[in-house]
Design a binder for this molecule. Structure first.
Ligand code: HEC
Ligand code: HEC
Length: 412
């Protein structure tokens, strides 16, 4: 948002920008006044301002020295150019002490999470909110501990091991100053400060909620959809057709200015098993059941929740392949076609063994009744809710959700 950006620009940048505007004749100030204000500026550069906690968080987010392998940072799996999701060409992220452990789940985009809220289950038994695909962290601070100590990710053995790494950083003093800690800060205090800094970076920095997509520009009246994109949005919203917006809200919730393309609810879609042999799912007896485990243990008895994962935002989805919690799809075309034909043409999506289609192959048979069956899923014998042309139209619309749109771009 331009107004926000202007407020956060450092004074020096504002002066520089003002000077540039004057240089191309855009400013209202005469060149004489500009020269006068330039000569009035102090000639000795001021001492650099101390880093804010969010700025320290930015450094930490990029810093591979926080990991046991010395090779992995938050930014390795949450890449800014990819909507802060998986790095290009990585199917399921590799991590661990030697950088070779295969994780279980796809790295989601970590933008637009501010409204996720704490994990809850309502009186009707419907889960909502929380962080991770299974909602097991209720805040970003709780979440950040996950990768830092996860043996498949940054793999710090314990708080003491991470504190040693933090003390060795060239900006360790900046971390302490920004967090108001003395030089004698304990291991726990330092680790807590680093986590707070990572959280502040993700909540304060506009990068994590820029709202600069073509969709936003159309909402603001500064761009128009192509006819295909508009058809895609209409299908996305139509409860009888795509019905996508029933989970991926295309309208802002009350009190919010912008749509987030998720309502943070949980559903079982019956995605196919990811059979790429390097994954944990290579063990046929292992199932990632989302809400009911094994990554979280507290809902293991709630079998009606097995197979449910949190609805992800679709903002930046064109940049965040592979798709679904188990990275079982490589393209958006296939994801949307899967919704349209999962139960009409199951052999297209699931393995066929001895002539039998293994539908919902990433769920044990006992939990297959949990799978969603309303639109856009069609029952055998019905017409597909979306034709092949409709699938292309929905994908064209999804491509308008990438941040960084500027008018004048092809298709704007
Ligand atoms: C090895 C790759 C990897 C690294 C390194 C990593 N992440 Fe993640 N991140 C993931 C994966 C995979 C998930 C989803 C895990 C799950 O749902 O169980 C995730 C989930 C998240 C989420 C929750 C997203 C959501 O939609 O709820 C946030 C926030 C996040 N990571 C931030 C971070 C931060 C901060 C760091 C550094 C301290 C970090 N990640 C390091 C792979 C990684
Ligand atoms: C009943 C709720 C629901 C409906 C309806 C729905 N989705 Fe989803 N969507 C989800 C959930 C839940 C996931 C994550 C599932 C998983 O990973 O197991 C998801 C994942 C996705 C993903 C993958 C995103 C990623 O980051 O991996 C895309 C793309 C997507 N949906 C698009 C659509 C489109 C397009 C439609 C309409 C044709 C649609 N969805 C309808 C609930 C829904």
């Amino acid at each position: 948002m331009p107004s926000l950006a202007r407020h956060t620009l450092p004074t020096a940048t504002v002066l520089l920008l003002t000077g540039l505007l004057n240089a191309c004749g855009g400013g209202g100030i005469s060149s004489g006044a500009a020269t006068a204000s330039a000569t009035a500026m102090p000639t000795t550069p001021a001492a650099p301002a101390p880093l804010t906690l969010a700025q320290v968080g930015d450094r930490l987010f990029e810093d591979t020295n926080l990991s046991a392998s010395g090779k992995q940072a938050c930014a390795s799996c949450h890449v800014e150019a990819r909507g802060h999701a998986d790095a290009a060409n990585s199917f399921l992220p590799l991590g661990g002490p030697d950088g070779t452990h295969q994780g279980l789940r796809s790295s989601p985009s970590i933008r637009y999470l501010d409204q996720a809220g704490a994990f809850t289950i309502d009186a009707q038994g419907r889960a909502r909110g929380g962080l991770f695909w299974d909602g097991r962290a209720s805040s970003r601070a709780e979440q950040a501990r996950g990768p830092l100590f996860n043996p498949d990710e940054m793999a710090n053995a314990d708080v003491a091991a991470l504190a040693v790494r933090l003390r060795a950083l060239p900006y360790a003093a900046d971390l302490r100053t920004a967090a108001n800690l003395p030089a004698t800060a304990t291991d726990d205090q330092l680790v807590d400060a680093a986590i707070t800094a990572l959280v502040r970076y993700q909540t304060d920095d506009a990068k994590f909620h820029p709202f600069t997509s073509k969709f936003d520009a159309v909402q603001d009246g500064s761009a128009t959809f192509t006819p295909q994109e508009q058809r895609g949005l209409d299908l996305f919203n139509d409860p009888q057709r795509g019905n996508c917006a029933s989970c991926h809200d295309s309208r802002p919730v009350p009190g919010q200015a912008r749509a987030l393309f998720t309502n943070f609810s949980y559903h079982a879609l019956g995605t196919p098993r990811n059979t790429s042999s390097a994954t944990a799912t290579a063990n046929p007896a292992f199932f990632d059941l989302g809400l009911c485990g094994p990554q979280r243990g507290d809902l293991a008895g709630r079998t009606e929740l097995c197979g449910q994962f949190r609805v992800p935002t679709l903002r930046n989805v064109a940049l965040t392949a592979p798709y679904f919690h188990n990275a079982s799809f490589a393209t958006l075309e296939d994801v949307v076609a899967f919704y349209a034909t999962r139960d009409l043409d199951p052999a297209r999506w699931y393995p066929v063994v001895n002539g039998q289609v293994q539908a919902y192959s990433d769920l044990p048979a006992a939990y297959r009744a949990n799978v969603e069956r309303g639109a856009p899923f069609s029952r055998p014998g019905q017409a597909p809710a979306l034709s092949a042309q409709d699938v292309s139209d929905v994908v064209a619309f999804l491509r308008t959700l990438s941040d960084g749109f500027t008018t004048g771009q092809p298709g704007s």
